[in-house]
Ligand binder design. Sequence first.
Ligand code: ZN
Length: 167
Amino acid sequence: MDGSYVETALTDAENAFQDTRGHTAESGLAVTDSALVQLRKACRLLEAARTLRERNGYYTVVIEASFVAVERSLQFYLLDRGHVSAEDLRYEHTRVYRHATTVNLFSEAFADRLTQLWQQNRAEVYYRETVASAEQADAMVALAEAVHRYVLEYASLEHDCVCSSNP
Ligand SMILES: [Zn+2]
């Protein structure tokens, strides 16, 4: 790929992340508070998941977006309450479930079930043991919406949500 059109594309992508002056920002995300950024990302991911699901397909993407929306909703709460720094949450996806138990959002057993669900989905995506189904996509969007709604109610911060349809 070196020296080919792929390298040109890689250089363009690197530049796009290094120099963002004059870029068009995604709506709803132009906020400075790091917790609020995570919440708004969750709102946008849910919106994207719902939109793709309504188009009757893209189950794999809907499932992936739903998992990330769950993660972002939990990150929002942890950051908002000052329980973690953004650095603490950067790398491991399932660590956020563990953090959430320490602030009593849910139990250890609940965190284990979320972790298992995530790992099972990951394994199936990588090893193609099954193909994503409409039922799985529906269930994951519903789960992501439920987590989003619960966190907002728990934090009494519903007004910060920018979902078009209140989840
Ligand atoms: Zn929202």
